[in-house]
Design a protein around this ligand. Structure first.
Ligand code: SAH
Length: 251
């Protein structure tokens, strides 16, 4: 079945987040970043509806630009920023992560939660390197194996869905090879998945299906998400998101 972006947007725009995470985790990752000032420029790539974009803007005083390819998500970020009277420093912009609207050496910090996989971790880290100032920071969360071995069922699922999934140690070394000194890495706790990602989906799913009666794509989307949640509950000791924070090396 072809992906129906209107339907996907309608489903995910009902949620505060479109991937696992939490305000506390965003703050924790930001704790590894030094030297931001009121003049700093921050980009949040694949920002979705911008939950973590606004959280970032609560803790940094410079300009924060959220980028996502889906217009309804960006509209939601911009309207929430206006409600919070943050529009002078927070801006959402539609763009693709492989064609970012930034100049070379322009950014002090690039952020990306649960989104770099769309380009691939290694490709994204290498492509975005040039937008950072010398000594600028890259902070990304990325699906990672927590153990060196795991059952075939979950191994096969992730290798089919995202072959770049790898151990934390290998993710760190890929980040180093892409031109960053890794200054921190940690694993997202279960609450980021269960309380902040899967439970909110359970709360919206009935309304979503009611509003798309008899729509097979809507039913398929819900089934797929339920299956992914069930897999997470069964195999959560083997994988999670890792947060990786690096400082740009070189120019
Ligand atoms: N950072 C948010 C959203 C993560 S979901 C959160 O943690 O809640 C991944 C996001 O990446 C989605 O909003 C999706 O629209 C966006 N995305 C996917 N491919 C993209 C691309 N090529 N360019 C820009 N954004 C993209």
């Amino acid at each position: 079945m072809e992906p129906d972006f209107d339907l996907i947007c309608d489903y995910y725009a009902r949620l505060e987040r479109q991937g696992p995470g939490s305000p506390e985790i965003t703050k924790k990752a930001l704790g590894y970043v030094d030297g931001l000032t009121g003049d700093s420029r921050v980009a949040d790539i694949g920002c979705g509806t911008g939950g973590q974009t606004l959280e970032l803007a609560r803790h940094v005083t410079g300009i924060v630009v959220g980028v996502d390819m889906l217009r309804p998500f960006i509209d939601r970020l911009n309207s929430n920023a206006a409600k919070l009277t943050m529009s002078d420093r927070v801006r959402g912009q539609t763009a693709s992560m492989d064609d970012l609207p930034f100049g070379e050496g322009e950014l002090d910090l690039i952020w990306s939660e649960g989104a770099i996989y769309n380009m691939g971790f290694e490709r994204g880290l290498k492509a975005w390197h040039k937008f950072l100032k010398p000594g600028g920071y890259m902070a990304v969360s990325e699906i990672s194996w927590l153990t060196d071995e795991r059952p075939d069922e979950i191994n096969d699922f992730w290798n089919a869905a995202y072959p770049e999934i790898d151990t934390v140690a290998n993710k760190v070394s890929i980040m180093e090879q892409a031109g960053y000194e890794v200054v921190g890495s940690f694993i997202l706790p279960e609450s980021c998945w269960i309380d902040n990602y899967y439970a909110p989906q359970q709360r919206i799913v009935d309304d979503f299906l009611k509003e798309h009666p008899g729509n097979e794509s809507a039913e398929a989307l819900v089934t797929e998400q339920k299956e992914e949640a069930a897999l997470y509950h069964r195999f959560k000791k083997y994988y999670s998101y890792g947060f990786y924070i690096g400082k740009k090396v070189g120019y």
